[in-house]
Design a protein around this ligand. Structure first.
Ligand code: SME
Length: 167
């Protein structure tokens, strides 16, 4: 890593730590917290990150074997129901892994939400091995997401699972 990249990483980490604190703080303030209210807080806070151009949470409907869009911030999308296996989101469920797509134009299994989108990250929300859903973020910048984003979005995802257990 060169000096510029190191500074970028430090700044990214600083931003995520602040957002994580803010999410935790806001979740504690809400009376009668529900899963829905929690998803709204998480997505609203994350969408403050400048390169997050579309931020949403999909929940897995196991009976229908599809992801269903819950709360999001960004342009409306036609992909409110995604069959497991389709697109970056659906393949994350089949492969049971997070996904980082540096350039969506080179991705075959990709469902376009917006023509401006250039990169995407999907981080699973999972309780041990059970997949509950995922955090999905699109950016208009190429290669906007890396392992630092994955690390912190995983912390957010783990926080969601922890809070869901106490509802
Ligand atoms: N690009 C995703 C679809 C969801 S939109 O990004 C909101 C995919 O390929 O699964």
């Amino acid at each position: 890593m060169n000096d510029g990249e190191i500074m970028e990483k430090i700044e990214k980490e600083r931003q995520y730590r602040l957002i994580l604190q803010s999410i935790e703080h806001k979740l504690l303030q809400i009376e009668d917290i529900t899963a829905q209210k929690m998803y709204m807080v998480v997505v609203d806070q994350l969408s403050d990150i400048p390169y997050f151009n579309w931020t949403g949470i999909y929940l897995l409907n196991k009976e229908k074997n599809e992801l269903v869009l819950d709360y999001y911030v960004g342009k409306p999308t036609e992909h409110t129901h995604i069959p497991v296996g389709r697109g970056v989101c659906g393949s994350a469920v089949v492969d049971k892994t997070d996904k980082i797509v540096e350039d969506v134009t080179t991705e075959d299994n990709y469902l376009a939400c917006s023509l401006e989108t250039r990169s995407e990250i999907v981080v699973l929300i999972q309780k041990k091995t059970e997949i509950i859903g995922q955090i999905d973020v699109d950016s208009d910048d190429v290669a906007a997401f890396d392992e630092t984003d994955q690390k912190y979005l995983r912390q957010v995802s783990d926080l969601i699972v922890e809070k869901l257990q106490n509802l």
